[in-house]
Design a binder for this molecule. Sequence first.
Ligand code: 4NP
Length: 170
Amino acid sequence: MSSKTPYKVLCVCLGNICRSPTAEVVLRHFCDEKQLNVIVDSAGTSNYHPNKAPDSRSQKHAIKRGYDLSSLRARQLKTQDFLEFDLILAMDHENFDDIQDLLKQAIQQFSASQIRSTIALMSEHDQQYPQQALPDPYYGEADGFERVIDQCESSSQAWVNVLQQQFQYK
Ligand code: 4NP
């Protein structure tokens, strides 16, 4: 990564209204704190909630922890994203498989040489939640939304350590 070209990360869940918007804002916070040249965005594998603001429960829990999700709007993951983003972070294993399936379409539509993205789990380097899914809070209670923030903080800090090292040796 040159010092001028931002590294681009896309956080992906199913609906893009609970987990991935939270991950987007939390990861951005930790990247900014370390002054990393990283752009963070989010998307959903489904198109269940196009252009919707994050779930009000996600917003309520996040703002209490200092994270403002209010300006975000949901969108579906698209094949062009594989040309644009360096790293695509899946919130759970099903998201991971769905992203891989769309990657196959992107390779057909474009060509393998144009694909920029590496796909990984949000929890890939997280010692506290190693390779664990970020549980979907949508049909659950308040504790599920708090857990999403806990895991996003822990996994984001782990990713920031990895990215810092990656940028140092480039
Ligand atoms: P998310 O949660 O994937 O974390 O945004 C969900 C949001 C909506 C639905 C499922 C999960 N839904 O079925 O509408």
